[in-house]
Design a protein around this ligand. Structure first.
Ligand SMILES: Nc1ncnc2c1ncn2[C@@H]1O[C@H](COP(=O)(O)OP(=O)(O)O)[C@@H](O)[C@H]1O
Ligand SMILES: [Mg+2]
Length: 257
């Protein structure tokens, strides 16, 4: 049995003739802050889509805490403990900030209320609602969004929408958090704050984090180890500072721009 929080063995997917990802072998330890990097089109988001059940792999296996989750549905994988954010932010735009987090909390068994209890609005229902709002506010507080809880999600600036998406992902109580370019569109100060917040939630929620990122200062600032993808295959992996100074990795990036 695998001792890793996340392990992939020979993971791959083909679209038509295009090998978007081939033979990916990831091994993440508990509480890792692990980076997945590489030029545009390298297959990074495809990895997240495979890990979360959006795509079914053409080959290979995925294990979460030693349990195989290959090919399970998105809902089932989320219940097993993987939550994610998206490269293109996906919030419920016309819901309030707090509603977006409550949606995540509703999926948790801790806050589960029977349909009958919900319909009849029993005391249990009201107590449950109150507890969920408290929990949602706590999550928003971590991201400095508590005062904005009644605003519409779409009215927030970009950087705050990214933070709200992370809060909503955390509401599902994951053990593994996948962040797809969390600093995209953020200014340097927001990016620096985000690094601290990611470290804080890793410790506070006892998480393992896999993040895709283009901002190399963020990658070297928080990732202990990284895997580099290029054209759907792994170029190398290892300790972040070593990997980022590898001439082959530098060349892959320069070739991109
Ligand atoms: N659903 C899909 N159908 C066809 N091709 C896809 C699909 N999803 C991703 N791809 C292709 O897979 C490759 C990797 O894409 P992606 O994982 O989004 O790259 P990255 O996130 O590293 O920029 C690209 O060539 C992309 O066009
Ligand atoms: Mg991507």
């Amino acid at each position: 049995m695998s001792e890793f929080v996340l392990e992939t063995q020979g993971l791959g997917i083909t679209f038509g003739g295009l090998k978007a990802l081939q033979n990916l072998n990831l091994q993440l330890n508990k509480n890792d802050l692990y980076g997945l990097i590489g030029p545009n089109g390298a297959g990074k988001t495809t990895v997240f889509n495979l890990l979360t059940g959006v795509y079914k792999p053409t080959s290979g296996k995925v294990f979460l805490n030693g349990k195989e989750i290959t090919g399970l549905s998105q809902e089932s994988i989320n219940r097993h403990g993987i939550a994610r954010t998206f490269q293109n932010i996906r919030l419920f735009n016309n819901m309030s900030v707090i509603r977006n987090v409550l949606v995540g909390l509703h999926n948790r068994s801790q806050f589960h209320c029977s349909a009958l209890s919900s319909m009849l609005h029993t005391p249990h229902y009201y107590e449950n609602e109150r507890l969920m709002r408290e929990r949602a506010k706590e999550l928003l507080r971590i991201f400095d969004l508590e005062d904005l809880r009644n605003e519409l999600a779409c009215s927030l600036p970009y950087g705050q929408q990214r933070k709200l998406e992370i809060a909503r992902a955390l509401a599902t109580n994951p053990c593994l958090l996948l962040l797809d370019e969390p600093a995209a569109g953020m200014n340097p100060q927001e990016t620096a704050e985000l690094m601290n917040t990611i470290r804080f939630v890793r410790d506070e929620f006892d998480l393992t984090v896999l993040l895709i990122e283009h901002d190399m200062s963020l990658v070297s600032g928080i990732c202990d180890r990284v895997t580099v993808l290029n054209f759907g295959t792994e170029l190398t992996h290892g300790q972040t500072s070593k990997v980022l100074s590898d001439p082959e990795v530098v060349r892959a990036y320069l070739g991109d721009d």
